[in-house]
Structures are given as structure tokens and as C-alpha cells.
Design a protein around this ligand. Structure first.
Ligand code: ADP
Ligand code: ASP
Ligand code: MG
Length: 438
């Protein structure tokens, strides 16, 4: 039989009305057997996600403050859902247990994970589906990365025993038994893990937009939806800021060649975006598939005459970053200079140390760090087939009067990355979008 895994994001499970809508989507197709749930998200623009309330609780408890007030906000959110659905479900024991664990400082990730745990208990009860706790089936290694094979084996074995189940997103367990979460937005990864384990025909990821859009709808008005996109394109876009899907959610389904369909809970009739292994049907009209970007990067520039002829120069530079546990994003270089683009927050508290170490390692003419860089990726398999795509990106930006500070066309040829000043970010994104989408 056909099996679908469905993941619902925070905004899709923010209140009782959304729960009812989610249930109607699930019940409309018996193949939707396995459900991954997020914690209740924002009900309006100024609302607070339950996950953030849990982080606040953790902070309060850590600094020996009273958590009663924040915790009661969390309890009220869940009770409003239970009451709104008319459910006969008493989880006061769970609320007490979690509160007491928080007061005994049970860890930041444990606190955050309770958002999905409690929401999934309620959803399972409402749907009359089994509840399968992620802490028994998602395993992290000692170094904090996912133990993909152990997880897949355990998840597969467990889910074989359930016709229908709800699995909380976002967390799993460390080898010592403590709860660990993925990074923010990580319920998308859980959905992907479950899809691989049950060998799903499709992984439906239900959210509050009708698919992955060609650009961030918070910057571009009503951007065009993307019908089809490859795993690689989507990963480039999500890594660079298209926050509709966690960038690491691609890996488990990619291994099993399972397509992801991004759908809108509030508009289930919309087809959404299909994320597939290969995207041959790229949009010949727009050439590119999408644009995404992020602020918060710094450029470390090292200048030295004749750098290119000195063997081992690049390695010594990268070794300094490695010793400081800093990963780099891009490495544009010339004959007498080399730049390393890193996330600015990776330099927090280590700036002077890194500068000093670089000076020691390479005896450069100058080593500088400049902050305030935004990166924008223009992505698409179609780009290689059309001459002049890069020129169109650069012209669009310069015609908007914006200075390009860095260019990197990855060897993959599916993306062109430009760096601009952070204050030019929105305008540059609009300029590129306007160039390709008429
Ligand atoms: P969920 O709570 O369902 O996981 P998220 O908030 O994580 O939802 O992701 C959906 C949001 O991603 C959208 O509401 C939108 O604001 C944002 N977003 C950013 N870039 C894009 C994009 N290119 N396409 C669609 N949504 C995007
Ligand atoms: N609730 C978590 C977060 O807010 C995970 C998720 O929504 O995917 O980041
Ligand atoms: Mg999300």
C-alpha cells in the first residue's frame, strides 16, 4: 500500500482550529499513516512560539528565577487546544512532571523538546493514532551528529508495529540518555527520517505557504511558487536562507529517493512544490529556480605579494580557522590575496586570537576582518544552459546602484553567490528577482 509521511509545522498546529484542519487533511487520505508534529507556533505576527517559551523557562530556571508565569503561558496554550477540540484528555500530570524537570535544570534541549512532545501527545489522542516518542527511535552520536543508520533501523522496526502513529519532531537522544534537539526548524529532519524508515512514497511537509517560493515572501511581494526543484537546488536555497525547509532535511530522503512535497495547510488544494532527485523540467521562462540570502557574514582578507607561488599558504590559513573551530563558507582568492568568508557569529570572542594566529602563520602584508556582509545565492540547474546568466545577476545588482563585494560561482554550476553590504541586501534581492521574473 501507498504510504505517506506528513509533517506539520508550528503554524499548522498553533491552535485548535488548525488542529481540526490538520486532522481533516490527514483523514482525507488513508495513506497518510505517519505524522510528525511540531510545537505550537505563532498564532499571529506578535505571538511567541511555544519552543521559545520553553527556552525562556530554561533561562529563568538557570538563573534561579521563578518560572511559574512563563510556564503557565505554555500550559494555557495546550489547554486552549485541548478545550477548543472538546477533547477529554487530562495531561496535568505531564505538565507537572515537565515543570518539575525544568525546575531541576534538566538541560536546554530537554526544555525545548517538550514543545513537540506535548503537542504530539495531544495530536495522537485527537487523531486516535499511536504515540511513538522520538527519544526511543532517534539517536545522536557522542559528537552530536545524527546516528543515521542506528536511527533508521530502530525507527523502521518500531513503525512496522503501528498502523498509524504520531512522532514528535525536533529531538532524539544522546548515547548517555539525555535529550538532544536538532537546530531550529529541525522537525523537518524528523519528517525526513521517518519517511526513509517507512520507505514512504512521498514526504508531505505541510506549512503556511504554498510551497517553496522563488524568493523570501517577507522581502519580495507575492513571489512565484516553484513547481519542481531538485534536492541539490533546494539544499542550496535553504542553506542560504529559504527557511521553508531545514537544509539538513534533504539527506535522509535523498538516500531513499523519496520526493518531498511542500504544501500549505491553509490551502490544501494548492499543489505546492515537489522536491525531487533531478529537476530536468526547469522553468525555461525564468532560467533560474530561486534566490535566497542571509546577512551576518564577515570577510577575512589576507594580502601578500606573490602569495600564489608560496606552497602551503592556503593550508596554513585554513589551519588557523580549524584550530579555532571556525568553518568557512567561501574562499574567493586572487594571485596576491585570499579572502575567507565566515559567519560573523563564529568570530565572537575569538577575533583578536584569529588575527594574531593568522599573522603568525603566514606573515602577510595585511590581514583584515570586515563585517556586515550579506550573501545572496541565485540557484538553478537551468543556468548552465543559458549564456550570460552570471552577467545578468551582476548587471541587475549594479544597475540598482549596489556595489558587489564578493563573487563566487561554485564549481557545481547550480549557484552564483554574490556578497553585498547588509544594508543593500533587500534591494539586491529585489534587483535579481526583477531581472529574471518579469
Ligand atoms: P513551519 O512552522 O511550518 O515549519 P517555517 O516558518 O519554518 O514553517 O517555514 C515557512 C516560512 O518560511 C514561510 O512562512 C516564509 O515566511 C519563510 N520563507 C523564507 N523563504 C521562503 C521561500 N523561498 N519560500 C517559501 N517560504 C519561505
Ligand atoms: N519547534 C522547533 C523550532 O521552533 C522545531 C520546528 O519547528 O521544526 O525550531
Ligand atoms: Mg520550519
Amino acid at each position: 500500500m501507498n504510504v505517506k509521511v506528513v509533517k506539520f509545522g508550528g503554524s499548522s498546529l498553533a491552535d485548535a482550529e488548525h488542529f481540526a484542519q490538520v486532522a481533516s487533511i490527514i483523514k482525507a487520505d488513508p495513506a497518510r499513516r505517519f505524522v510528525v508534529a511540531s510545537a505550537p507556533g505563532k498564532r499571529s505576527k506578535d505571538d511567541i512560539k511555544v519552543t521559545d517559551l520553553f527556552y525562556e523557562c530554561y533561562e529563568a530556571s538557570r538563573t534561579h528565577q521563578n518560572i511559574d508565569e512563563i510556564y503557565s503561558k505554555i500550559v494555557d496554550r495546550y489547554n486552549a487546544i485541548i478545550e477548543g477540540l472538546g477533547l477529554d484528555f487530562d495531561i496535568s500530570g505531564e505538565f507537572e512532571y515537565v515543570k518539575s524537570a525544568l525546575q531541576h535544570r534538566s538541560g536546554r534541549d530537554f526544555a525545548a523538546s517538550r514543545g513537540e512532545y506535548l503537542n504530539s501527545l495531544i495530536l495522537a489522542k485527537y487523531l486516535k493514532y499511536d504515540f511513538v516518542d522520538a527519544e526511543n527511535v532517534i539517536f545522536f552520536k557522542e559528537n552530536g551528529t545524527l546516528d543515521a543508520e542506528k536511527t533508521n533501523e530502530a525507527m523502521r522496526k518500531e513503525l512496522l508495529q503501528h498502523k498509524n502513529a504520531v512522532i514528535p519532531g525536533f529531538y532524539g537522544v544522546m548515547p548517555n540518555g539525555t535529550i538532544k534537539t536538532f537546530s531550529r526548524g529541525g522537525s523537518d529532519i524528523t519528517g525526513s527520517i521517518v519517511s526513509r524508515a517507512v520507505d514512504a512514497d512521498i514526504y508531505e511537509n505541510w506549512t503556511d505557504v504554498s510551497g517553496c517560493l522563488m524568493a523570501d515572501p517577507r522581502i519580495i511581494d507575492d513571489p512565484r511558487p516553484i513547481k519542481r526543484v531538485s534536492y541539490r537546488e533546494l539544499r542550496e536555497l535553504s542553506y542560504m536562507g529559504a527557511s521553508v525547509l531545514h537544509e539538513d532535511a534533504i539527506f535522509p530522503v535523498k538516500m531513499a529517493n523519496i520526493p518531498i512535497n511542500i504544501r500549505n495547510t491553509n490551502r490544501p488544494e494548492d499543489a505546492g512544490t515537489m522536491i525531487v532527485a533531478e529537476n530536468k523540467e526547469f522553468d525555461t521562462d525564468t532560467v533560474i529556480t530561486g534566490i535566497a540570502g542571509r546577512k551576518g557574514f564577515s570577510v577575512i582578507t589576507i594580502e601578500n605579494d606573490m602569495m600564489n607561488s608560496e606552497i602551503g599558504y592556503g593550508r596554513r590559513v585554513l589551519e588557523v580557522l580549524e584550530n579555532n573551530e571556525i568553518s568557512f563558507e567561501h574562499l574567493p582568492s586572487g594571485i596576491d590575496n585570499m579572502s575567507v568568508v565566515v559567519e560573523s557569529k563564529a568570530l565572537d570572542g575569538r577575533r583578536d586570537k584569529v588575527l594574531a594566529a593568522l599573522n603568525r602563520a603566514v606573515h602577510a602584508d595585511s590581514v583584515t576582518i570586515e563585517d556586515g556582509l550579506a550573501l545572496i545565492a541565485t540557484v538553478g540547474h537551468g543556468m548552465v544552459k543559458y549564456k550570460g546568466t552570471a552577467a545578468r545577476v551582476f548587471n541587475a545588482i549594479s544597475n540598482a546602484g549596489i556595489n558587489i563585494r564578493m563573487i563566487d560561482q561554485g564549481s557545481s554550476e547550480i549557484s552564483i553567490i554574490v556578497g553585498v553590504e547588509e544594508h543593500d541586501f533587500d534591494a539586491a534581492l529585489k534587483a535579481i528577482y526583477g531581472e529574471f521574473v518579469k
